[in-house]
Design a protein around this ligand. Structure first.
Ligand code: AKG
Ligand code: FE2
Length: 378
């Protein structure tokens, strides 16, 4: 039985109960840290919609099972609340609802396992169950991602920009032919060196990712909206983001195969010398109708030093075209073609989020990039 931290005070004749014990996670991911400090090691994470029970509060931090969580996003470079206080009653209703959902999932999985085994009696029941659970969980996660993407829709049509139209015109042939376009020398409105200087100035706000703990990637990142960039006087990066935000509308206007939408923020990343991001895809297909998230295209602008050298600085973005074997467009398939794209300053890359790719280690200096994922309304 959970203990409550109800404090009851009198306000005139009325009794006012205040409770700061329960929270709903209001941000995509909120980290659990070993201590109440942004520098403390991450020891876990909670995702949007989960509820958190706190045992102690300390300023903008609450102690929860396993560590400390930040309640307000400002210090973490995010707008608004990360954790929203909820009442004990709401918390308990959520627990009941969560249990009902779990029960529903258990029944759905049992039924799927049964029908799978009826169709394929030769299958090992344990393996069949494991596969059904994997698909079920992936589909549920995808549903949640798409619900978030749908909430964010609606602004793309107003974000037409001439620059984005021109950039799409340059990308479209290669994007359609091989799912990858690379554009150099595009005029984003500011020199690439200005974006580089701003990225350097924001480096102190970048943070390790949860994948760092898992050992798959070494960059530090922060999420920026246009307003965050303007607040930080990062006008060149804001101008790049404006163009990135115009791509969905420009592609939609040219009849792109899916209706594209915008996410709220772009990711500024910095790979230190020797850092990498192991081979991965930004999205995967769970089955014919389901993808693991809403990402359709990845749009990257490199804010590297003006004298970045392909050979001595490295840090290439490596694509593996032959490996997209779940790509339903077979005509785009290539057999084991590796393509390396150097992160040259001001270079812009647009690619299919389902392509396998990897970031090779930069050799001598920090490698900054502004990455924007264009969503699809699937
Ligand atoms: O910075 C890059 O070139 C690619 C980064 C990447 O693959 C990612 O963040 O998913
Ligand atoms: Fe990626």
């Amino acid at each position: 039985m959970a203990m409550t931290m109800m404090t009851t005070t009198t306000n005139g004749n009325r009794l006012v109960a205040s409770c700061d014990r329960y929270y709903r996670v209001a941000h995509r991911v909120v980290f659990v840290r070993a201590a109440p400090s942004l520098d403390a090691a991450k020891v876990g994470q909670r995702t949007q919609g989960e509820t958190v029970e706190a045992s102690r509060t300390l300023g903008e931090w609450v102690e929860t099972r396993g560590g400390w969580m930040l309640t307000e996003g400002r210090a973490a470079g995010v707008d608004g609340a990360l954790l929203v206080p909820i009442s004990q009653r709401e918390h308990e209703e959520r627990l009941v609802r969560d249990e009902a959902e779990r029960e529903h999932a258990r029944r759905a999985i049992d039924a799927l396992v049964e029908s799978t085994l009826a169709a394929r009696p030769d299958l090992d029941p344990n393996l069949a169950r494991r596969e059904v659970v994997r698909r079920y969980v992936a589909a549920e996660i995808a549903k949640a991602h798409h619900a978030v993407a749908r909430q964010m829709r609606g602004d793309e049509a107003t974000e037409r920009s001439d620059r984005a139209d021109r950039l799409v015109e340059r990308c479209l042939p290669d994007l359609e032919a091989r799912g990858l376009a690379v554009v150099d020398g595009f005029d984003f409105g500011y020199p690439a060196s200005a974006a580089r200087a701003e990225a350097q100035g924001l480096a102190g706000r970048l943070e390790e990712t949860i994948q760092k703990i898992a050992g798959t990637r070494d960059d530090r990142v922060a999420w920026f909206s246009r307003d965050n960039f303007f607040a930080a006087d990062a006008n060149a990066l804001a101008a790049v983001l404006d163009v990135q935000r115009g791509l969905a509308a420009a592609l939609n206007a040219r009849g792109w195969r899916e209706t594209l939408t915008n996410p709220p923020a772009a990711m500024l990343s910095c790979y230190p010398p020797g850092g990498r991001y192991r081979k991965h895809r930004d999205n995967t297909r769970v089955d014919a109708k389901t993808t693991s998230n809403a990402r359709a295209l990845t749009a990257i602008f490199y804010a590297t030093d003006h004298d970045w050298d392909d050979h001595f600085d490295g840090g290439h973005l490596r694509f593996y075209f032959g490996d997209d074997d779940d790509d339903d467009d077979k005509s785009r398939r290539r057999q084991n073609v590796v393509v390396d794209v150097a992160p040259r300053p001001g270079r812009f890359v647009l690619f299919d989020a389902f392509h396998f790719h990897e970031v090779l280690p930069p050799i001598r200096r920090n490698r900054f990039a502004l990455t924007f994922w264009i969503f699809a309304d699937r």
